[in-house]
Design a protein around this ligand. Structure first.
Ligand code: UD1
Ligand code: CA
Length: 450
């Protein structure tokens, strides 16, 4: 089948009115990835040759959003919304190039899986002219009904056009189709708009194909995979399904989730076997975690690498560019940004480490802050291996702390520290003998006068 040419058409011209937003609906995210890109991933997974996207407006914004996954996607604008067949025809220029199979998908149905798409393609390869993805549901609501006869698909009736008897049918049109490329344009041109909505329905292609003696197939698919998103509540519902699936997959791959329902993944989160994730952890995009690590409760990670055996949290915030090497430790209430914490180094309490390099085996005391920003530019702090930074130190970047050195607690470090040196950057303490009693007398006298 791989030598078969396949065009994927993603319909995304809907206004998304019910999202109550000015943004294109298909750019709303599931697991940190735009809905349309979930569909692109599925289409790529099904081995498409080319991709066409039909939009109503915002073509440029949508093209930019899909570019990382589909740099060659071709955009078509459907100026007026006149139905799903009309939308597919907007991509006439692409279809006319000639394909064995055309897959029609919806940009707002992000759970579609490559396995179903591949199966639909293979049915076209085996001789069907139209393959419709259907599902059974107890609540067929506004879906088009699949009218079958002894395993044959006869017609699809839109809810608004259906008779009382037809509305009792629970086998529904998921909306996604595979169609023989050779016949598609000819069949589309025969579709009219004589129906309840006055639209050109893609679903009419079923009856047209049958009239031409073609084989039409309804392919049953997991209903969840065909869910469409029209409201933000549905967006959250699809997100919940996605997360639930991912949690299971993660555990099957050898990751321990103590309370799975409280852990949130991104589409690209990678976690190695024998890592444990404690409750209430959020993974933003771009996180990779090696095996045997531990992410403790209430941590938030994005754009971060965590090495084998490393420990994070509880209550840690790892921001883009955080790179924790093997057995590194970042403890409670620490924030790490664009900084490498080398093997076995420890940042255990209440620190901010940004634009920095922390050498292997270094120990960063509680409350250490890299002062990396002067209001205009960011500067680097380089901390040598096996050095010891005393608690509550401020490291004013750019600054270098040599390997094996000591920085005394409470220091404000403005100058580089040499290897093996001791830096004390604070005022010397003065003790005044017996002065406490006099101070008390003075302060209480002042308080009485008020
Ligand atoms: C469609 C199907 C219905 C099926 C349901 C599944 C038709 C006629 N009906 O109904 O049988 O049960 O999907 O969810 O196909 N779009 C455009 N341009 C248009 C019209 C639609 O790009 O002119 C896009 C929309 O953005 C959307 C998709 O096509 O992504 C489906 O359109 P929608 O209006 O939601 O179709 P339904 O009425 O839900
Ligand atoms: Ca819909």
């Amino acid at each position: 089948m791989t030598d078969q040419k396949c065009l994927s058409i993603i319909l995304a011209a809907g206004d998304g009115t019910r999202m109550k937003s000015r943004e294109p609906k298909v750019l709303n995210r599931i697991a940190g990835l735009e809905m349309i890109n979930h569909v692109v991933l599925a289409a790529n997974g099904a081995g498409q040759s080319d991709l066409a996207i039909v939009v109503g407006r915002d073509a440029e914004i949508i093209q930019q959003a899909v570019a990382p996954l589909a740099p060659d996607a071709e955009m078509f604008v459907q100026k007026e919304r006149q139905g799903t067949a009309h939308a597919v025809l907007a991509a006439r220029g692409a279809i006319a190039r000639g394909y064995d199979t055309v897959l029609v998908m919806f940009g707002d149905s992000p759970l579609i899986d490559p396995v179903s798409l591949t199966e639909a393609r293979s049915r076209i390869a085996r001789g069907a002219a139209v393959v419709v993805m259907g599902f059974h549901t107890a609540d067929p609501g506004g879906y088009g009904r699949l009218i079958t006869d002894g395993g044959q698909l006869i017609a699809i009736r839109e809810h608004k056009d259906a008779s009382e008897a037809e509305r009792l049918i629970t086998f529904c049109n998921g909306g996604l189709m595979a169609i023989s490329g050779a016949k598609l344009l000819e069949m589309l041109d025969l579709i009219g708009n004589d129906n309840a909505k006055g639209e050109y329905y893609l679903t009419d292609i079923v009856e047209i194909a049958r009239k031409q003696g073609e084989l039409v197939v309804a392919m049953e698919t997991e209903g969840e995979n065909l869910l469409g998103v029209n409201t933000r509540a549905e967006l959250a519902g699809v997100e919940a399904i996605w997360q639930e699936r991912r949690r299971k997959e993660c555990m099957l791959n050898g990751v321990t989730l103590i309370d799975p329902g409280t852990v949130y993944f991104s589409h690209d989160t990678e976690i190695g076997a024998d890592t444990t994730i404690e409750p209430n952890v959020f993974f933003g995009t771009g996180v990779k975690i090696a095996g045997k690590a531990r992410i403790r409760a209430f941590s938030h990670l994005e754009g971060t690498l965590v090495g084998e055996g490393a420990e994070v949290g509880p209550f840690a915030r790892l921001r883009p560019g955080a790179d924790l090497r093997a057995n590194a430790k970042v403890g409670n209430f620490c924030e790490i940004k664009k900084a490498t914490i080398h093997t076995g180094a420890k940042v255990n309490h209440l620190s901010y480490i940004g634009d920095a390099n922390v050498g292997a085996g270094a120990n960063i005391g509680a409350g250490t802050i890299t002062c990396n920003y002067d209001g205009y530019a960011k500067h680097v702090t380089d901390i040598g291996e096996n050095s010891f930074i005393g608690s509550n130190s401020s490291l004013i970047a750019p600054v270098k702390i040599g390997a094996g050195s000591y920085v005394a607690s409470g220091s404000v470090v403005t100058d580089d520290v040499g290897p093996e040196d001791l830096a004390i950057g604070r005022a010397r303490q003065v003790n005044k003998k017996g002065l406490a009693a006099r101070l008390r007398a003075r302060l209480s006298g002042q308080a009485r006068k008020k």
